[in-house]
Design a protein around this ligand. Structure first.
Ligand SMILES: [Zn+2]
Ligand SMILES: [Zn+2]
Ligand SMILES: [Zn+2]
Ligand SMILES: [Zn+2]
Ligand SMILES: [Zn+2]
Ligand SMILES: [Zn+2]
Ligand SMILES: [Zn+2]
Length: 1755
């Protein structure tokens, strides 16, 4: 290809140019130039195409270097007039740095906002400024930046206080007023001006250039090549996959290249995908277009001449250069601003800045980003030009928004996104409102984009096309802009501001009018609706506008003149909406209880009704505000209240409320979910402030201006209940004539709803302006009622409270006065509980309760009262008085129509058989009566002497009813009800009412009659109270008897149950009690005086003690464990582990060739076995597992979902506890051992054993003669006869039953398969090795865990772990019986050769390279294979002891070689006892030193002995656990508790001298040669040269990494983390490995790798190296812990970071400061250390099925 050729030629071609070029000279030439622009352009025309874009593979480094030398340097020379580095330094020195920080945020960088001082939530600080500011002591919010935007430190308008951090604190001599240009010479200013104009113009020209094949005038290159680029542009329509696929086809590249192209296109907005002649590029273009045009519009592709691309590349560089240069000096920045904003030749809006803005949507992403950044660092940093820029921005606003709406890029890539930087500055916003009429512009622009209207001019979202919906989504950002403009309410008003605000309000009312009555609904009768109507768009709009509406009201409230004008305008708008309102609706007259009113005939259930009434609601809000200002009383003539009659005002809100009631009553069922959803949002906390709440207020406003009787009659009529209550004999006749059950049910619900509405109209007085309350009272009441439901976490409360436009609920200000905080434990979260004294504020009919809330709260409050020994009545709370404008509302409580209704309901309740009343109805009636009585009592109390209290409810309810004549009074009805048997629940309430009546009557008498003696009322009250008490006592007694009876029944049932499920019960009890782990097997009765667990003298269990009986959890049968019996198995989970790894760098072994015989002491990979401890018959388990398999196969065919366990890999859930398992371990009895007392000593035993081994060798050689022939020395059996009693031909009988043998194979194969990650192969010689390894590794990990948890070695493990270890150890000693004897024998031979030289074994490892505990366990467990052919009377016990001693000595030597640190000077005095040890260890060390000259000099025996003792302790503890379980020897009491004496007890238990060195000296004759041999191994010498490679003992337990205290430190760390694969890109999901601390680029294409033939994400890939498949991560952006296991399993886990309210913030949505909770982190660490991560994932996935569907492997 030609391209490749030119590539190579570039440097040489440019070389000569470069050598001859002088930036200084060029600049000098320019200084002389007459036509400077022409000169500069010529220079650019000549060099730019030579530097940029010379081949398909761009080389940014060399390009940048050349551009710097050939292009930028002359510019800088010209600018400075001298050597640029000098000139710029001078500029910088004389510069007065700006007080603005202006740090531009990277994606994912933490930002901080002060919730107390920020002007609005968009005001943020960078981490540096925040840490140096006063706000870090305040309540702050932390978020991660989405990129773009800058730090507001230093902006006085952004902060109510503390605008500067320490760094940006201005000097006292305030220089900000000074003109920064004053410091610059005129010459310099002129030069700067010249060069900036040329370069900025050049950049603007090039970036807005739309011709593909030619260049602007003056830039045509001297020699024009004919190379082109095929340029692919980004869009937001096509997916990554589509682009990658298309590219592979079109330009014939690899998948990897295509991914890289796609990533760049997505990041920079465009990327050349082919380079060559025109034809070649055109061809690629047509393939791309063809391939992507099928469903959507095709990807944008251009074939561009390479010189055009080159100039565009440099244009971007030039903008960057400008951005860098102006950093040196505020003066340069100001000049750039001036150049940019200077009007062009075309007049208005033709400056370079305008040109860029207006072309914004045509540019590609990368270009936009760069010039936006330049704007931010120049125009927005200069206070003078910021204002000018703001004006230009506002002037172009409409056009920019329209471009944005048509564009498809996200808002963050649009110039319109800068609105937040401008509009949130209060002074600018106000200036733009008054000068540029910004408010009106924004609203008009918005309205212009929503043209789809119905006949009445209302919005119609129903039939939106996809494109319209898309546009609607984008146009919503305008509402965001309006919010910014309004966010700070003016403190001072000018006339101009009033005028423009009201003009804006007019526009806003136009918008609201388009919403008033939109999306109307009609009740569907007969058939269900066919299609759910669209409703979300309308509610989206409502939700977005909610804060705007509230802020409009706030603005109005801040100026009385504006308020009154706004009220008038709103009223006019509403009148306009109502015009033609009564058309076709006939007037009717309603009469009832001697009152009559005119209204219209209208039925919600038959005609159109809409839930959207923003104009009415705005009016309601303004009305309440007026009430607060009291202007309404002083100058009522200013308010045209009469224009709309009160019945008109309430009409639509009332219809809306009735609609809700009817929906509750089930009358609108056929209208589907759309309506249900609308009703839900109407009441929801996000909308209710400007919907439901305002409707209620409007009803209150209307009713306060009406006769209460009239009001109620209209309400009755709209509820379609008027006929029920208006009939003369309604008390008798209700519902008798109505047989239709549905209708009866509906009416009952409607009556309940209506009564509730009346309660709310009279009772909701907590909005300032309605009642005499403060703002905080409303909030307190809201919180009290939430906490009456149950104690709540901070975030729950926040969710239940409405947020203002600043996302604040204001809760923190008041919470402490109503609630107490309770801190969380290791799980759960902190909770707020209601202060007990606040419970009396509880109102059962609180208007924001849903029905569910209400019943929960009722239950909770009744329970509370019972607990406090009070009666269970929940009377209404005492209410604050109304404001004057609403004062007349209380009369509703005593008006005739209401009394009529109350009487009727009570009458129905008295005769329960008479009608279909409901208890809720009665409860509401009682509540209303209670409210009336409280009102009367309050009026009496606050009444001054002379006035008569007009509110006389008690009198009215004492009068008999009027029609039909002689009906009982309400009071009489209540008295009757008190004794009604069917109303037990309400009795306390009725009693409360009657008591109130009595007390009020006394009060009245007292005030009427002259001062009556205090006592009378009191006395009466007293007797009532006494009676009460007696009654309560009687009830309590009855309740007690009832309880006792129930308890007796219960315990009988329980006994029965336990008898039936005895075993189960037993087992679960055992599990509960971990301390019972010293199981029955070791009965203390047979304790020897000394408990020794190994060797000929070891403790032996008697016959009966050995008997072990267990129960199968599946068939519940008991079974004794016997070698010849049916196999019993434990459910078990085998997994690979790196938990104890001391070397995470070690690459994973090749599973096929790896030889696991010797474990390296770094323990880098191990196999862990765990068990839930549940025991089954092997055949029961097999049946169960087959059933699971079959079920799984069926299920997978049906639905393609996964389970939490992988059946194909042998996984299943324990049938009892659902614990994840993947195999079973057989339970085995203790092997019978007898022991003749005469046993050989170590040297004799070693001798015999090596003879045996030699015999084996020769036997083997004989068996394989071909091999033998190759060796020179031919050994025969005759030469090495087996020692006495060793019979090579003896084939031992397998002691186990076939079912046990089968299980031995099963578990062995499973361990082999999982541990090595290979296919199962029971013949593989490595099977037994893996089993011994797993036993050793599991014991080691449990030993570490006990140390870490500070628990004693024995007695503290849960049963299941004891069972598991016991089974593992005994299995290990039996597994040889199912393997080939010679294989196991050769394993033993090789193992022993590590310690005892054996010339027949090659490559035996050096002792520093062997983990001694693994060696011990493997030796002991493989020995039976040798022993089984021996009949000379040697005992296994002796062998175990000798092996232990041998390995112990080796370990001591190993420790001395590897773990002796540099001596500390301090030597502590040690007791006599240890002198001997110190001396002998010193001797041994010296011996070693004679063998190994390079060993360091250590003189202190004390020091050495310390090292040995601490180094070997884990080994001894592990050995004790091992032999304890293997031989079934009870643990000595000293080891069942923590404390001193552990060493001695361990040594005694293990039959070791407490001076371990004696082992060596007692057998020096055998061990000395061994020692010498060990030291002669070449590896030892190597290791001593580089001591760092040695593992030192004791190996410390691994921990999870240290985490910072403050979460933002992590966010900061993650924000500077870049993807390691795609050079310098920010990672989208930075994820921290908590095991090793590596940061990963998760969940992203760029970092996917292939693992075992599958694509996996960075996390999954990492787990395979770091955690052998198991991983623990922290997703930093989400503040979430991620557990992964294998490729398919994972779950999220609560992070160890909590906010001050004791809550986690998963997803970082709330932004409260988060701090590390060490207990929780320790809990995660413990899960990891005890290998429970996979189990945890299993449980989480079982509990939450959606977790199973997540594509974990791509994380
Ligand atoms: Zn800052
Ligand atoms: Zn600062
Ligand atoms: Zn603050
Ligand atoms: Zn069974
Ligand atoms: Zn279980
Ligand atoms: Zn990446
Ligand atoms: Zn890691």
């Amino acid at each position: 290809m030609a391209a490749a050729e030119t590539d190579r030629e570039v440097p040489s071609a440019l070389c000569s140019e470069f050598l001859n070029f002088s930036a200084k000279d060029t600049a000098a030439k320019w200084l002389q130039a007459i036509d400077l622009p022409k000169e500069v352009y010529q220079h650019l025309a000549r060099y730019v195409p030579k530097i940029y874009c010379l081949g398909p593979n761009l080389n940014p480094q060399s390009e940048d270097l050349l551009a710097q030398l050939l292009l930028q340097a002359p510019l800088e020379w010209y600018l400075c007039g001298e050597e640029p580095s000098l000139g710029l330094a001078k500029l910088e020195q004389s510069n007065q740095p700006s007080q603005l920080c202006g740090h531009v945020f990277k994606v994912g960088e933490p930002t901080y906002s002060c919730r107390e001082c920020a002007a609005d939530p968009t005001c943020v600080l960078c981490m540096q400024c925040f840490l140096g500011s006063v706000h870090k002591e305040h309540r702050y919010r932390m978020t991660t930046s989405g990129g773009g935007g800058f730090c507001d430190c230093g902006d006085t308008e952004a902060w109510k206080k503390g605008p500067y951090c320490q760094k940006h604190e201005p000097n006292i001599s305030d220089s900000s007023q000074e003109d920064p240009l004053a410091n610059l010479s005129a010459d310099m200013i002129a030069r700067t001006y010249n060069i900036f104009s040329i370069i900025l113009k050049y950049a603007v020209d090039m970036l807005t250039w739309d011709k593909e094949d030619e260049l602007p005038q003056g830039l045509e290159p001297p020699e024009r090549g004919d190379t082109y680029y095929c340029m692919l542009f980004n869009d937001e329509v096509h997916t990554y996959e589509q682009v990658i696929y298309t590219l592979q086809k079109a330009v014939n590249c690899t998948q990897k290249e295509a991914v890289s192209f796609a990533t760049t296109v997505d990041r920079d907005g465009r990327k050349s995908v082919r380079y060559g002649d025109f034809q070649f590029c055109e061809q690629a273009k047509s393939v791309i277009v063809r391939n992507t045009s099928r469903q959507t519009k095709p990807l944008r592709v251009q074939v561009m001449h390479s010189s055009v691309v080159a100039h565009q590349c440099f244009a971007l560089k030039a903008l960057n250069w400008l951005g860098q240069i102006i950093r040196y000096s505020d003066a340069l920045r100001r000049i750039l601003c001036q150049v940019g904003l200077q009007k062009g030749p075309e007049g208005e809006n033709s400056s370079l800045v305008d040109t860029l803005m207006l072309c914004d949507s045509k540019m590609w992403k990368g270009a936009r980003n760069i010039y936006h950044q330049l704007f931010m660092s120049s125009l927005l940093m200069d206070l003078k030009y910021k204002k000018q820029f703001a004006i230009q921005f506002a002037k172009n606003y409409e056009r920019l928004q329209s471009d944005y709406v048509k564009d498809d890029h996200d808002r963050e890539f649009s110039i319109t996104d800068l609105s937040v930087q401008i509009f949130t500055v209060p002074s600018l916003a106000r200036m733009l409102i008054t000068e540029e009429n910004l408010m009106t512009t924004i609203i008009r622009t918005f309205l212009d984009h929503l043209r789809h209207r119905d006949l009445q001019g209302r919005f119609q979202f129903e039939r939106y096309t996809a494109q319209q919906a898309f546009k609607f989504r984008r146009v919503q950002s305008l509402i965001g802009d309006l919010k910014y403009v309004l966010i700070s309410c003016p403190t001072e008003w000018t006339d101009k501001l009033r005028e423009k605000f009201l003009e804006g309000l007019d526009a806003f009312l136009e918008l609201l009018k388009c919403m008033q009555g939109m999306d109307p609904v009609v009740r569907q009768v007969g058939q269900h609706i066919e299609m759910e109507p669209e409703w979300e768009a309308a509610f989206t709009l409502q939700m977005k506008l909610t804060h705007i509406i509230s802020m409009m009201q706030e603005w109005c409230a801040s100026d009385e003149r504006v308020l009154i004008e706004a009220y008038k305008k709103c009223l006019t708008a509403l009148t306009h909406c109502h015009s033609g309102f009564t058309d076709g609706e006939q007037p009717i007259t309603l009469s009832m209880c001697g009152h009559s009113v005119d209204t219209i005939r209208y039925c919600v259930s038959q005609e159109k009704v809409s839930i959207h009434l923003p104009v009415s609601r705005l009016l309601a809000g303004l009305h309440v505000l007026l009430s607060k200002t009291e202007v309404a009383y002083r100058f009522p003539e200013q308010l045209p209240l009469s224009e709309l009659s009160p019945p008109m005002l309430i009409e639509h809100p009332l219809r809306c409320l009735v609609l809700c009631a009817q929906v509750h009553a089930g009358m609108w069922r056929r209208n589907g979910f759309s309506l249900v959803n609308q009703i839900y949002y109407y009441h929801n906390v996000k909308c209710r402030v400007e919907m439901f709440d305002k409707d209620l207020m409007m009803l209150q406003a209307g009713a306060s201006m009406m006769d209460p009787n009239h009001f109620l009659m209209i309400v009755l009529s709209r509820f379609e209940l008027f006929h029920i209550f208006s009939s003369a004999d309604c008390r008798k006749r209700y519902n008798r004539e109505n047989a239709n059950k549905d209708v009866v049910q509906q009416n009952s619900t409607l009556i309940e709803e209506m009564l509730h509405l009346i309660i709310m109209v009279v009772g909701e007085r907590f909005a300032p302006g309605i009642g005499q309350v403060e703002n905080c009272d409303e909030l307190k009441r809201e919180i009290v009622h939430q906490l009456c439901i149950r104690p709540m976490a901070h975030s729950e409360l926040v969710k239940a409270l409405p947020e203002n436009e600043n996302k604040e609920t204001g809760m923190e200000r008041v919470i402490d006065s109503v609630a107490l905080f309770k801190k969380p434990g290791v799980t759960g979260r902190g909770l707020y509980e209601l202060r007990p004294e606040c419970a009396k504020q509880f109102n059962l009919y609180f208007h924001h309760y849903s029905r569910a809330d209400q019943s929960k709260a009722e239950e909770a409050q009744r329970k509370l009262k019972r607990q406090n020994g009070e009666d269970s009545a929940l009377p209404p709370p005492v209410l604050p008085p109304f404001c004057q404008l609403f004062a007349s509302l209380v009369n509703i409580l005593q008006c005739d129509v209401l009394l009529g209704m109350l009487g009727a309901v009570l009458q129905w309740a008295v005769e329960p058989s008479g009608g279909h009343w409901s208890e809720s109805m009665l409860q509401r009636v009682l509540h209303l009566i209670g409210m009336a009585l409280l009102e009367e009592q309050q009026q009496l109390e606050s009444n001054s002497e002379d006035n008569e209290v007009t509110f006389n409810f008690t009198l009215k309810i004492s009068r008999p009813g009027e029609a039909p004549s002689n009906t009982p009074s309400i009071l009489a009805l209540l008295e009757t009800l008190q004794n009604a048997p069917h109303l037990e629940v309400h009795k306390d309430m009725i009693r409360w009412i009657l008591k109130m009546v009595v007390s009020i009557k006394t009060m009245r008498e007292r005030t009427a009659a002259a001062p009556s003696p205090e006592g009378a009322g009191h006395c009466q009250e007293q007797t009532v109270r006494d009676k009460d008490k007696a009654e309560r006592k009687r009830k309590a007694e009855m309740a007690r008897l009832r309880r006792e009876k129930i308890m007796a029944q219960m315990s009988e049932m329980q006994r029965h149950f336990i008898n039936e499920n005895k075993e189960l019960f037993q087992q679960s009890l055992e599990e509960l009690d971990a301390s019972t782990s010293a199981s029955q097997e070791h009965s203390p009765s047979s304790w020897d005086s000394a408990l020794v667990c190994v060797g000929p003298r070891r403790w032996r269990a008697g016959g009966s003690e050995r008997r072990q009986v267990v129960t199968c959890i599946l068939c519940q049968e008991e079974q004794e464990i016997r070698p010849d019996g049916r196999a019993m198995v434990l459910a078990a989970f085998v997994q690979r582990s790196t938990v104890m790894s001391k070397n995470r760098r070690r690459p994973p072994h090749n599973p096929e060739s790896y030889d696991p015989l010797f474990m390296h002491p770094d323990l880098s990979f191990g196999t862990h076995t765990g068990s839930c401890g549940h025991i089954m018959h092997s055949h029961c388990w097999q049946r169960y597992f087959e059933a699971v398999q079959a079920k799984e196969q069926r299920r997978q065919q049906r639905l393609r979902v996964h389970t939490s366990y992988d059946v194909e890999n042998g996984e299943f859930l324990c049938p009892l506890c659902e614990c994840l398992s993947n195999t079973v371990i057989p339970l085995l009895p203790l092997t019978k051992t007898s022991c003749s007392s005469e046993q050989p000593g170590l040297s004799l035993w070693l001798n015999t054993t090596s003879q045996q081994i030699k015999a084996l060798h020769s036997a083997q050689r004989k068996a394989k003669p071909t091999n033998a022939a190759a060796t020179s020395e031919i050994l025969t059996v005759e030469e090495y006869p087996p020692p006495e009693g060793f019979r090579l031909d003896h084939m031992p009988l397998n002691p186990y039953s076939s079912s046990i043998k089968e299980m031995l194979t099963t578990f062995g194969t499973a361990t082999y398969k999982v541990g090595l990650k290979v296919h199962p192969n029971e013949q593989d010689p490595r099977v037994p090795i893996m089993c011994w390894g797993s036993c050793a590794y599991t014991i080691q990990s449990i030993e570490r865990l006990l140390v870490d948890e500070e628990k004693p070695l024995f007695g503290s493990l849960p049963c299941r772990q004891d069972d598991c270890l016991r089974s593992l150890a005994r299995f290990g000693s039996a597994c040889w019986s199912v393997s080939s004897l010679s294989t196991v024998q050769s394993h033993f031979v090789r193992l022993l050769s590590a310690l005892v030289p054996d010339p027949q074994v090659e490559n035996s490892p050096c002792i520093v390279d062997v983990d001694m505990f693994h060696l011990l366990v493997s030796l002991v467990l493989s020995y039976p294979a040798l022993h089984c052919q021996d009949s000379s009377g040697l005992s296994v016990d002796a062998a175990q002891l000798h092996l232990l001693h041998l390995v112990t000595v080796a370990h001591v030597v190993q420790i001395l070689l590897s773990s002796v640190p540099v001596e500390l000077t301090m030597e502590q005095e040690s007791g006599e006892v240890e002198r001997e040890e110190e001396e002998s260890v010193g001797l041994l060390y010296n011996t070693l030193k004679t063998h190994l000259g390079s060993l360091r000099e250590v003189s202190s025996g004390w020091h050495l002995w310390r090292c040995v003792k601490t180094g070997i302790l884990p080994f001894l503890r592990g050995a004790a656990l091992f032999f304890h379980h293997l031989n079934g020897v009870p643990a000595p009491p000293e080891l069942q508790a923590l404390g001193a004496g552990e060493w001695e007890a361990l040594c005694a238990y293990l039959c070791l001298p407490s001076n371990l060195l004696q082992l060596y000296y007692n057998h020096k004759e055998v061990l000395e040669p061994l020692l010498q041999w060990w030291c002669s191994h070449p590896v030892v010498h190597q290791c001593l040269q580089t001591p760092k490679t040695l593992i030192s003992y004791p190996r410390e337990s691994n921990r999870l990494i240290e985490l910072p205290e403050d979460y933002s430190a992590l966010i900061n760390q993650a924000s500077s983390f870049t993807c390691p694969k795609s050079g310098g890109d920010k990672s989208r999901a930075p994820t921290l490995c908590l095991v090793c601390g590596t940061m990963l680029c998760s969940q992203s294409y760029c970092c996917q790798t292939e693992l075992e033939g599958e694509d996996v994400g960075a996390c999954t890939a990492h787990t395979f190296a770091c955690g052998a498949g198991v991983g623990i991560f922290l997703r930093v952006r989400e503040s979430q812990v991620l557990f992964l296991a294998g490729k398919t399993k994972g779950c999220f886990y609560a992070p160890p970071y909590l906010d001050d309210y004791g809550e986690t913030d998963q997803g970082l949505r709330r932004g409260n400061p988060l701090h590390l909770c060490r207990e929780r982190y320790r809990k995660i660490q413990k899960l990891w250390r005890q290998h429970s991560i996979t189990e945890e994932i299993g449980h989480a996935q079982e509990a939450n099925q959606t977790l199973v569907g997540i594509d974990w492997q791509h994380l």
